[in-house]
Design a protein around this ligand. Sequence first.
Ligand code: FCB
Length: 446
Amino acid sequence: MSVSFPKEFVWGTATASYQIEGAVHEDGRSESIWDRFSRTPGKVANGDTGDVACDHYHRYPQDIALMKELGIPAYRLSIAWPRVVPDGKKQVNELGLAFYDRLIDDLLAANITPYVTLYHWDLPQVLEDQGGWLNRDTADHFVTYTDVISRALGDRVKNWMTFNEPLCTAYLGYGIGVHAPGIVDMTFAKAVTASHVVNLAHGKAVRVLRENVPDAQVGIVLNMSPAYPYTDSEADRQAARMNDAANNRWFADPVLKGEYPPEVLEFMGANAPKIEAGDMDIIHVPLDFLGINYYFRTVVAASSDPNNHVGDVVQLPNVERTAMDWEIYPDGLRVLLERVHRDYDVKAIYITENGCAMPDVVDAQGEVHDPRRIQYLHDHFAAVKKAIDAGVPVKGYFAWSLMDNFEWSYGYDRRFGIIHVDYATQKRIPKDSFAWFKSVIQQNGF
Ligand code: FCB
């Protein structure tokens, strides 16, 4: 069977600043919450930090050369707020801006269109010290930062994403505490407050982007996971609906519909975020596209605990899993895309991340053979194509990731790249999946 994609389909790869840049003390960059968190004993595997990461800050010309060889028409990157506005509030750092200036110029010279994420989790620590995403002032500081960076790059960068995965910022950062800033509050009162402040920041920043870059395409990136009931029982189906409401709709509904799911507000009760008059109008602002990050589906069973409203996540036995232990379930992507198209009025969708960690090894010939990653990509591309055929306006796909990098609390222990990175030497080795992806891009299909 041969599969071909629409003519204008955008192929790319994705990365994030803290995961690849390194150079954390250079050119006036201030500390981010991930510098602090990764230095806190026990938070990141092997005590790894992003201090050096892929040293992309210095090696970006070589990385762009690899992208050029790959043939990607687009590249999704994120900006480090602590490089650009180190005090989080108003101090503009020209050296930090100059780095992104060079990066964007070199990408454009290589005929690669940049897709820029403003916030991929590296909040300036100085702002966290004042409450971080629990403090509504942070939304206004984000607007200042957005203004600075969009004025600097907006003549060349036309595709902007405000936030990457607010769910992770809120639930992992201020709920279960496995991401920076590592706040544990199992009532999730803080988590949902953080999500509300992030939403305010998003809505306000979109307006600034529109003003500074009139021809911008603006969106937000949500990680979404379709919830499947474990059995056909009404109890399991109800649990799956609630899980979907808390994990998918809690983030999509406010930005795309202007409301939080009422059933979640109800069970959160006094722990629900404080919504002030006018907030929902700030948050609900027209977008040009939605970015979706898809990695796995969620299988949900009803819980016997009356205080558990979102069910228990079931780890199915005998299914194929990645090195993250995530189930490989490509059809979940098709189901998710068709559902988003049905339930939300979005003009365009990009898959802004999808990919897999695998136990890659460099062989005696110095090569990395990763057939399971190729299969993974192949099957997810096919799922995207099915969604397109069903009428979903999917405009592009960005593979996570261009290269192995700092995988948050897993440190360097998980490899998602289509390029292998030897962290001791910083040598890059394109994996077999790189060559395969290259051929897909050339043929616009497979
Ligand atoms: C997503 C993140 C991305 C990467 C992948 C594996 O949640 O956005 O930075 O770590 O997971």
